[in-house]
Design a protein around this ligand. Structure first.
Ligand SMILES: [Zn+2]
Length: 552
């Protein structure tokens, strides 16, 4: 008896969305058959029955929808372990909220512990200057530090500043800044990575074993959120040892593609080291591409704008000499290494898109991340440049408001805020656009991203006004942003279900092509399959969303 054609796993549902340009593949399809991590057949129940014997695992989810596994095009899972230590402040809307969250956190700490927190939205300060007063009052002598939601800023208490030896007179090579008051004393507000690191490096470290388990949990949560793969926009110092340690005992919950940084100001010889890292891999992770950053963030006044923001900030690149960025990009391209570049402000986007447009070889694909406020002129260059795009719809919907009362919009002013998050313009211009979360900046929630990209407001807040509704994506463009486009934007193909494709599959309880976006935002992820392996089975284990009507 031969096992020829017999599947390891067959999944039946109501519909199969293949994202294949050939619609014949999905016509009448009700399931997929998988052998050794590969899709071998897509078809109706009768056709797939021939693939089943007593060795086959069959998962039957009538009414559910099978999709290519979702890819989050922008995540920081390893940095996220550190970035999410302590109190979760991401839901705090006022300073009083922050204070009570910190008091609750401090109550559970031992005397030697630091008070830590993360996810702080600068809007809690309203019109007031950002300062560490709340940290000093809650923590007292205990060192305390909290991270802002965007990971580009931190707030340290006086005790933490003292431990870090921070004086306010430091100088940096990456546009970092220790903010000081009129007397030159640090206010606790630390902007960008080198400044944040002054305090971060004296924080008691987590043990390696703790980090291994924490990373596994982070990745499992991403699988629960519907993702089968993530494009990691960093290569954290111990990322490879951590992933290796996980793979010694189990499989990663999702695939990872990790792009190490070319840090502003680094000599061009850095390209040799980055080239040598390319292709390092485990079973489900690979080092590929290089991540660069042309600027910081609007919220912290470290973006690069053509004209200053309303506080006179966001006027320069993180590169003291932006031409060094151009040289690095050119050298990486010459070696065929794809890049992703963080570019948020209009001048930063303008500079990067022109640098990509000016490449002579185009030996690799170059993608621009974030693209928060963009001029028409930059969009025009984008179209000719072969640059691709990666954006985070929930950064628009969760951190800005239609009435422009939020910090991001106030800093930019009406005209530039009105050119915010131009997803529709990019797609209409034919530019490949991948979508993602930038976790831990925003939640790793695939259906939330699909919903908010269409609604331009938080899907779970029907009272919120849409922000720039003319920039909304339609259902198919949003879906392409989590399936086909994450591959196309890095010069690869994928995100399509067909015979021969890798068996990375997401199963939802409703069809993202036709569901009302508000309802889509509440969709349950029933199944996440990575490399033919069922990682999340919410229908059976009830891990997530089993009470939301997934089983019919
Ligand atoms: Zn990022």
């Amino acid at each position: 008896m031969t096992r020829d054609g017999i599947a390891d796993l067959v999944v039946f549902a109501g519909t199969v969305v293949t994202m294949d340009s050939d619609p014949a593949t999905s016509d009448g399809a009700e399931g997929v058959a998988i052998v050794a991590g590969e899709v071998v057949a897509i078809g109706n129940r009768t056709a797939l029955q021939a693939r089943i014997d007593e060795t086959t695992r069959v998962v039957d989810l009538p009414g559910a929808v099978i999709l290519p596994g979702f890819v989050d095009s922008h995540i920081h899972p390893v940095f996220g372990i550190e970035l999410t230590r302590g109190a979760d402040l991401s839901r705090c809307r006022t300073l009083a909220d922050v204070e009570s969250a910190l008091r609750a956190e401090v109550a559970g700490l031992s005397p030697e512990d630091w008070l830590l927190g993360w996810g702080l939205d600068p809007n809690v300060f309203g019109e007031e200057a950002v300062s560490h007063a709340v940290l000093n009052s809650v923590a007292g002598e205990r060192p305390a530090r909290i991270r802002f939601f965007d990971a580009h800023a931190a707030l340290a208490s006086d005790a933490a500043l003292a431990l870090g030896g921070v004086t306010g007179r430091e100088e940096f090579t990456d546009g970092s800044r220790v903010v000081t008051d009129e007397q030159g004393r640090p206010t606790g507000y630390l902007l960008e990575l080198q400044a944040i690191d002054l305090v971060e490096r004296v924080l008691p470290p987590l043990s390696f074993e703790h980090r291994v388990d924490a990373l596994y949990e982070v990745l499992l949560n991403m699988a629960r959120g519907g993702f089968t793969s993530g494009q990691v926009q960093d290569l954290a110092p111990d990322a490879i040892p951590l992933l290796t340690a996980i793979e010694e005992t189990r499989d990663l919950p999702i695939r990872l593609r990790m792009s190490p940084w070319y840090v502003p100001g680094t000599p061009i010889e850095e390209v040799v080291r980055l080239a040598a890292l390319q292709g390092a891999h485990g079973r489900h992770w690979v080092v590929e591409g290089v991540k660069l950053m042309i600027d910081g963030t609007i919220d912290n006044g470290t973006a690069w704008l053509h004209e200053p923001d309303c506080l006179g900030e966001s006027t320069t690149s993180l590169w003291l000499d932006p031409d060094q960025y151009r040289n690095a990009l050119t050298e990486l391209d010459r070696r065929g290494i794809p890049t992703t570049t963080h570019a948020i402000g209009d001048a930063g986007i303008d500079f990067v898109v022109r640098a990509i447009d000016g490449l002579t070889e185009h030996a690799a694909t170059h993608r621009i991340e974030h693209i928060e406020t963009m001029t028409d002129a930059a969009l025009a260059v984008f179209m000719s440049s072969k640059a691709t795009a990666s954006m985070q719809p929930t950064h628009c919907t969760l951190f800005t408001r239609a009435d422009e009362s939020d910090n991001w919009s106030r800093r930019l002013g009406h005209a530039r805020a009105g050119r915010g998050f131009r997803t529709r313009d990019l797609v209409s211009a034919g530019i490949p656009l991948a979508l993602g979360s930038d976790w831990p900046v925003a939640p790793s929630d695939a259906v939330g991203i699909l919903a908010d990209a269409q609604l331009r407001r938080p899907h779970d807040d029907p009272t919120a006004q849409p922000i720039g509704p003319d920039q909304a994506l339609d259902a198919m463009d949003a879906l392409r942003g989590l399936t086909v486009e994450p591959y196309r934007t890095i010069g690869r193909t994928g995100g399509v279900l067909r015979a021969g494709a890798v068996a990375d599959i997401t199963v939802l309880d409703r069809d993202p092509r036709t569901a009302d976006p508000e309802s889509l935002g509440e969709a349950a992820v029933l199944l996440t399959i990575v490399d033919g392996r069922v990682v999340v089975d919410a229908g059976v284990s009830g891990v997530r969303g089993s009470s939301r009507g997934g089983r019919r």
